[in-house]
Design a protein around this ligand. Structure first.
Ligand SMILES: *Cc1c(COP(=O)(O)O)cnc(C)c1O
Length: 219
């Protein structure tokens, strides 16, 4: 599917949900895609991209930045504290804040660097043992702890379980955000971004629907 098709589907979903045009930001997930494909999407005007790994992102985006203005890069994969500095230097947003140790590292580095990316707290809405994210029952406390560290918490992010209804998870995430006065909702991927928009997503992370299948599976 083309980038334009995805944008049209987003606009239609916004209108259907009674939301204003442009209220949903499309993050084109470029992880594992060949550079030529990423460049083609850049040439179509897309500037907001998502990457899973700091190392992989460092291998391509500093070069792209020499040729394309206004990049808006989002880290959507797990972040180790020892990579926090590199991540904060490269990315405009981090969607995977999920533990106090990392929050403290980011707070310290924000002081030192004089800047901090927009932060989303990842919530493990399905309480899946293999998945990152704070548990839903711990989210309110964790949000408060991050705010006490003066971190710019923009919203929440989730990756629903493969099985079952994603909508239930989007509803759950939206409820946690609402009661904590957070406006950002990073939810929805290639298979369910329209459902996510119906439930209030502000950021959808769409990879394979734009780029085609990835050459190998991500874990
Ligand atoms: C890979 C990935 C996506 C994009 O998935 P698609 O199904 O290809 O759209 C979105 N979010 C996260 C966290 C991912 O790792």
């Amino acid at each position: 599917m083309s980038l334009q098709d995805i944008k049209t589907r987003i606009a239609t979903a916004e209108a259907k949900a009674g939301r204003s045009a442009g209220s949903v930001q499309l993050i084109a997930v470029s992880k594992v895609q060949p550079n030529a494909r990423v460049a083609a999407i850049l040439d179509e005007g897309q500037r907001c991209f998502g990457e899973n790994r700091v190392q992989e992102a460092l291998g391509k985006w500093p070069d792209f930045a020499k040729h394309y203005d206004g990049l808006d890069l989002h880290l959507i994969g797990p972040l180790q504290s020892n990579k926090a500095r590199q991540a904060m230097e490269l990315f405009n947003a981090i969607h995977t804040l999920d533990r106090l140790k990392l929050a403290k590292s980011i707070a310290r580095l924000a002081q030192e660097l004089g800047k901090c990316p927009d932060l989303f707290i990842q919530v493990n809405t399905g309480a899946e043992p293999q998945k990152a994210g704070v548990l839903p029952g711990e989210a309110d406390d964790f949000i408060a702890e991050c705010r006490a560290l003066d971190l710019p918490i923009k919203g929440l992010m989730c990756i629903p379980p493969v099985e079952g209804s994603a909508a239930d998870h989007f509803t759950q995430l939206a409820a946690i955000a609402e009661r904590n006065d957070l406006t950002g909702l990073s939810m929805g991927m290639s298979g369910d971004f329209e459902v996510a928009i119906a439930h209030g997503a502000t950021h959808v992370r769409v990879g394979s629907a734009i780029f085609g299948a990835r050459a190998y599976a991500e874990t």
